[in-house]
Design a protein around this ligand. Structure first.
Ligand code: PMP
Length: 318
C-alpha cells in the first residue's frame, strides 16, 4: 500500500509541513465519512512536470462535494492552482496527489451542515496501486461484497464513506492471496475494482460497464475509451455478466493509481491466452506515451507544473 510521506501539505491556503497536517479527532468527516476526495497523478516529461487531466479531476471533486452539501470555499481555478502549488512544493515524480474536502471541526451528530468546509491537498511519491510489475498482469477474485446501489450511495461521487465497501472487498481479496477484488453490482453484473474501472476485450472490441452498474466514472476509463477509438478499436459501454468476464479474450483495470493493469486470472479462471493481450498492449502503449508527454494528440491532457515562485497561493474566501 501507499507509504504516506510527502514534504508539504496544502491546508486551506497554507503549505504546512507534512507532520503538521492534522485534524481534530471529533471531526465530522472522520466519524461519518462525509468527505470527498480525488486521486491525481503528476508525471515527469522531457518538458518538465505535468499533471494528468487536472481539470477533469477538479470538476469531479466539485461535483462530489456539491452532492454531499460540502460548499468548497474555492473556485475551480483556485483549486487547480492549489494542486499545482502542492505538486511544485513537493517536487517528486511520479507523484500521487490527494485533495480532500472535509469538515474538520469537532461536531457529533450525523445531520451536520455546520463548521468550516476545508480543502487539504497532499502529495506522496506514487507507486502502483496493484504493485510494481502490475503492468505484466495481476490476479483478481470476484468479491462476495457487492457495490451498494447508487440509490443508497451514489457511486458517481468520490466520497470517503463509499470506500468502506471497497475496503471490505479489497481486504477479503488480499487475505485470499489475490491482488484485487472485482465487485459486482446489486444485480450481479460486473462493476469495478476497489480503485479501478474494468474493461473486457473480445476480438477488437472493448467493453466496460456504465453508470447503471454503480461505478465511479473514472478519468482513466475515459482516457482509455478515447484512446481505443483513436486506435480504430470499438468501445462499448454495457452491462457485463460474470461469464462474459471469465470468457473474455483479455481484461484489464484502469485507474489513476493503478494506471492500466492487465488481469491474468479471475479466481480459478485464466483470462485469454496471453497477458497482456494484444489489444491491452496497444492501449497501454498509447496511454504510457500520453502520460510521458510523447503523444502530441494527447498534449491537452497534461498541465505543466510551474516552479513554486510562479504559483500564487489562493486564499479562502471569508
Ligand atoms: N472506481 C473507483 C471505486 C475508484 O476509486 C477509482 C479511482 N479514483 C476508479 C474507479 C478509477 O477512476 P480514475 O480513473 O478517475 O482514477
Amino acid at each position: 500500500m501507499m507509504a504516506a510521506t510527502g514534504k508539504k501539505v496544502w491546508m486551506d491556503g497554507r503549505l504546512v509541513d507534512f507532520s503538521d497536517a492534522l485534524v481534530h479527532v471529533l471531526s465530522h468527516t472522520l466519524h461519518y465519512g462525509v468527505g470527498v476526495f480525488e486521486g491525481i497523478r503528476a508525471y515527469s516529461t522531457p518538458r518538465g512536470g505535468v499533471i494528468f487531466r487536472l481539470r477533469e479531476h477538479v470538476d469531479r471533486l466539485i461535483t462530489s462535494a456539491k452532492f454531499y452539501h460540502l460548499p468548497i470555499p474555492y473556485s475551480a481555478e483556485e483549486i487547480e492552482r492549489a494542486i499545482l502549488e502542492t505538486q511544485a512544493a513537493n517536487d517528486f515524480y511520479p507523484s500521487y496527489i490527494r485533495p480532500l474536502v472535509y469538515r474538520g471541526e469537532p461536531a457529533l451528530g450525523v445531520k451536520n451542515l455546520k463548521g468550516k468546509v476545508s480543502l487539504a491537498i497532499a502529495a506522496i511519491p506514487a507507486k502502483k496501486y496493484l504493485g510494481e510489475g502490475s503492468e505484466l498482469g495481476i490476479r483478481a477474485k470476484i468479491s462476495p461484497f457487492r457495490k451498494p446501489s447508487s440509490e443508497s450511495m451514489p457511486a458517481f461521487a468520490k466520497a470517503s464513506g463509499n470506500y468502506l465497501n471497497g475496503y471490505l472487498a479489497g481486504v477479503d481479496a488480499m487475505k485470499d492471496g489475490y491482488d484485487e477484488a472485482i465487485l459486482l453490482d446489486g444485480r450481479g453484473r460486473v462493476a469495478e475494482g476497489t480503485g479501478e474501472n474494468i474493461f473486457l476485450v473480445r476480438g477488437n472490441t472493448l467493453y466496460t460497464p456504465g453508470l447503471e452498474s454503480d461505478i465511479l466514472l473514472g478519468i482513466t476509463r475515459d482516457s482509455v475509451l478515447r484512446i481505443a477509438t483513436d486506435l480504430g478499436l470499438s468501445a462499448v459501454e454495457k452491462s457485463l455478466s460474470v461469464n462474459e468476464l471469465l470468457s473474455a479474450d483479455e481484461a484489464f483495470f484502469s485507474g489513476t493509481y493503478a494506471e492500466i493493469a492487465p488481469i491474468k486470472e479471475v479466481g480459478h479462471y485464466t483470462i485469454g491466452t496471453q497477458v497482456p493481450g494484444p489489444v491491452t498492449r496497444r492501449i497501454m502503449s498509447t496511454f504510457f506515451q500520453a502520460i510521458r508527454g510523447e503523444a502530441r494528440e494527447y498534449a491537452a491532457w497534461l498541465t505543466p507544473v510551474p516552479t513554486p515562485a510562479r504559483v500564487p497561493i489562493p486564499r479562502a474566501r471569508a
